[in-house]
Write a protein that binds this ligand. Structure first.
Ligand code: F6R
Length: 613
């Protein structure tokens, strides 16, 4: 969603901040701004649109030597919540005196009341944002010590925030704080970076400090002093990011999404490496932090997440039931957190989140912990809030996912869920030999995916012939049902084609009314249990003139005969097959979007990490 960068050190702050914002642009944005400190005054530039527009504007309007002289500043890319993406609504926002500048991620829920109170005291507001209210509130609390003023203001706000504050009165400092919206501080040599996401930091330093909720940091070029909101010092360790800066580059690919799809044999190998035990026929997932006895006593697994992560959870549901004989259910995190879920100490709640920052998933984690369930996470971003708050779980090791549309995180989530189900299954249901057979299949996932990636060109050609459609249906059964949902989600988010995923049996309960001549139906009809039924459903669609693109198992002539077009994926275990099937649909969605000329890595209206409800 929104992105924050702050810099204090020896370099040209404006250029540093603009480069930092570019690294955060992938998160989705619609306007941007920056503020730098120059000769004890704050200079601000803002603009609707992309970071490049902001950069052009700052370079055109600011004196050239500002770029050389200013070495402290804060910057922001905005994903509009309160008010449209206009220049005036863009951050940074200033307080009444113009001596305090603020950038903010999150939502100040009680901003209306605070604004009315401040207006009664004579404050005038220029924007429609909640953030400007916080800037004025800090100014209003300022009795000569801006740190104290920030503390007082934050005590009064309800909602979520990650903030960076610049003040003309104390030019050698940036104040940063968080509650519910991440802030990470990069500790360099004579320079310090404040950011909402490590992507803005990793090219400069690997040494970072993650703020916890209600931490407030006073940052200078060579120090980071962290306190709580009552001004009591707290200790936060310096951690190593451990991410190669090159991993966040396009590396010659036209889009990050294509690069990330192609990376999957590698990212899956990383997710799986060292986690399969071929001797015991089980999986080694020490991060789960549970004893064999605790696992054996589990009564239920509840998987929570949003969007693509929710779809991975739906595949996991089949895996836990099929492999581990465990009652499993999936809940959308936003629903879970408010519906009073019935949970107890024999329930395992698995929070699934690529970013580890999704607001609803984080709240679901807190709800589940409150109710005494075993809670663990499947996150990709190391050190993310969900990973830290759960304290146990399994990292995906997929590497940075920059494209807004999630691809490699999904397949790694499914691979890790299969390994969890294998581990639980060995403790509860199947024998060593069965475990070894499944472990061997999981080990081959990167190879199966490699085979699908080799189909990139033929899939691109098929996609071209579907590119002008306005509607599409995706159908599947069993573990391929969530893959159908995920395929439809990929298509709609990057190509803007209206695509819906359904259980193959569900079409005739209503949606089939929408089928017309040549309406595309993308049917996952791999050779797994339920295939014959799916082929029957395909015939129902063909009888109504639909055009069928089938995902079939390599060599399955019977299934191929039902399709207008077909993509063949390797023959493998039905649960394992969800991964190559998903990759084929990712490529299809990508090429549809490319043929339609869409902005693939940053689709309209979307943000990479959804840190608001
Ligand atoms: C779709 C997509 C989103 C995310 C969702 C949850 O391609 O990326 O649907 O999956 O916003 O995000 P995480 O996994 O970061 O919690």
């Amino acid at each position: 969603m929104c992105g924050i960068v702050g810099y204090i050190g020896k370099a040209d702050a404006a250029s540093f901040l603009i480069n930092g914002l570019r690294r955060l642009e992938y998160r989705g944005d619609d306007s941007a701004g920056l503020a730098v400190m120059e000769d004890g005054r704050i200079a601000v530039a803002k603009s609707p649109g992309k970071v490049s527009t902001l950069s052009d504007r700052a370079r055109a309007e600011w004196p050239a030597d500002r770029f050389e002289r200013a070495t402290t500043g804060i910057a922001h890319t905005r994903w509009a919540t309160h008010g449209p993406p206009t220049e005036v609504n863009a951050h940074p926002h200033l307080d009444r005196s113009g001596a305090i500048a603020l950038v903010h991620n999150g939502i100040i829920e009680n901003y209306r009341g605070l604004r009315a109170r401040l207006e009664a005291k004579g404050h005038l507001f220029l924007s429609e944002t909640d953030t400007e209210v916080l800037a004025h509130l800090i100014g209003d609390c300022d009795k000569g010590d801006v740190f104290q003023a920030v503390c007082h203001a934050l005590h009064q706000v309800e909602g979520t925030f990650g903030i960076a504050v610049l003040t003309a009165r104390e030019p050698g400092k940036i104040i940063a704080a968080r509650r519910g919206s991440p802030i990470v501080i990069g500790v360099g040599e004579g320079e310090t970076i404040v950011a909402s996401d490590a992507s803005a930091i990793l090219a400069h330093t690997q040494r970072v400090i993650y703020l916890d909720d209600n931490d407030i940091a006073i940052v200078s070029a060579d120090s980071v002093d962290i306190r709580d909101l009552n001004n009591v010092p707290v200790i936060r360790e310096i951690a190593e990011l451990g991410i190669d800066a090159a991993a966040a580059e396009k590396d010659g690919y036209e889009h990050f999404m294509l690069k990330e799809i192609h990376e999957q044999p590698h990212s899956l190998a990383n997710a799986i490496r060292g986690r399969l035990d071929f001797n015991l026929g089980s999986a080694v997932l020490s991060g789960m932090g549970t004893s064999a006895r605790e696992l054996a006593e589990l009564g239920r697994v509840v998987l929570v997440g949003c969007g693509t992560s929710l779809h991975a959870g739906l595949v996991g549901e089949y895996a836990f039931e099929d492999l581990a004989d465990l009652h499993a259910e999936v809940q959308q995190a936003a629903e879970f957190r408010y519906r009073n879920p019935i949970l107890g100490s024999r329930d395992l709640v698995v929070a699934i989140s690529q970013s580890g920052e999704t607001a609803d998933t984080l709240a679901a984690v807190r709800e589940a912990r409150q109710k005494g369930a075993f809670v663990m996470s499947l996150c990709n971003v190391v050190g993310s809030t969900i990973a830290r708050e759960t304290g146990r779980g399994v990292y995906l090791h997929a590497g940075p996912e920059i494209s807004v549309a999630s691809t490699k995180a999904f397949t790694c989530q499914v691979a890790v869920l299969l390994m969890m189900a294998l581990k639980l299954g060995r403790g509860r249901r199947f024998c060593r030999d069965e475990g070894i057979r499944l472990a061997r299949e999981i080990e081959r996932i990167p190879q199966f995916v490699e085979e699908v990636i080799r189909l990139d060109e033929p899939i691109a050609a098929i996609a071209e012939s579907y590119a002008m459609t306005e509607h599409a249906f995706f159908i599947g059964r069993g573990p391929m049902f969530p893959v159908a949902l995920e395929g439809a989600l990929k298509v709609k988010e990057i190509s803007y084609i209206h695509a819906e995923g359904y259980h193959a049996a569900e079409l005739k309960h209503g949606p089939i009314a929408l089928l017309e001549k040549d309406t595309p139906v993308i049917a996952i009809a791999c050779d797994i249990p339920g295939k014959d039924k799916t082929l029957g459903n395909i015939e129902e669609c063909r009888a109504r003139g639909a055009r069928i693109l089938g995902l079939i198992t390599d060599g399955d002539q019977e299934a191929a005969a039902h399709m207008d077009d077909a993509i063949a994926i390797p023959r493998c275990h039905p649960l394992v097959a969800t991964i190559p099937a998903a990759v084929a649909l990712q490529l299809f969605a990508y090429h549809l979007a490319r043929h339609r000329g869409c902005e693939i890595d940053q689709p309209r209206n979307l943000a990479k990490s959804v840190t608001v409800e």
